[in-house]
Design a protein around this ligand. Structure first.
Ligand code: GDP
Length: 174
């Protein structure tokens, strides 16, 4: 087990997006490799710490999960302070959550520096009733300066890919 003081770098990642898109589930899948079938709303802001090795470096990742019920209008700029990576999540079976992506991105852009990595995530790709296509997701990401991933917190598909990408790019970044 790595000690808290043994890390070379500390980074803050935040998960944002509409209520019930799967933010907590993505974190839970990544940190514990498990999935809860029932919705457990996040109260306030929750964060987890994960140590990741990248070559000889150890990164202390602080993963912040925002309260799902908060609308983008009520997320305070405080949350964005010192954020290296913003993971903006929508549910590919929920058009509303996709329509709100542009609003979220506007808010993100007002609050982070140009160096902040923005990742757009289409979650719940395991479901049959998909309403937002890969092309639409990619076009949205391209319209802003975001990277695009498709995930399932339920099956675990691409979850590690997202965070591996974060780790690689955080290390290149300073
Ligand atoms: P949050 O409000 O964004 O944190 O959303 P949650 O993580 O609480 O998830 C909301 C609901 O969607 C819960 O019932 C989850 O079990 C479910 N869910 C989350 N991710 C997935 C997924 O990838 N696939 C499926 N089928 N359900 C998911």
């Amino acid at each position: 087990v790595l000690e808290a003081k043994s890390h070379d770098k500390q980074v803050k990642l935040i998960l944002i997006g509409d209520y019930s898109v799967g933010k907590s589930s993505i974190l839970h899948r990544y940190c514990e490799d498990a999935f809860w079938p029932k919705h457990m709303p996040t109260i306030g802001v929750d964060f987890r710490t994960k140590f990741v090795r990248d070559g000889n470096n150890t990164i202390k990742m602080q993963l912040w999960d925002t309260a799902g019920q908060e609308k983008y209008r009520t997320v305070t700029s405080n949350l964005y302070k010192n954020t290296s990576v913003v993971l903006l999540v929508y549910d590919c079976t929920d058009l509303n959550s996709f329509d709100n992506v542009a609003n979220w991105i506007k808010q993100i852009e007002m609050n982070v520096s140009e160096k902040t990595i923005i990742i757009l995530i289409a979650n719940k790709i395991d479901l049959e009733n998909r309403l937002v296509s890969t092309e639409d997701g990619e076009a949205m990401a391209e319209a802003y300066r975001a990277n695009y991933f498709e995930t399932s917190a339920k099956t675990g598909q691409n979850i590690d890919k997202v965070f591996d990408y974060c780790v690689e790019n955080i290390m290149n970044y300073t």
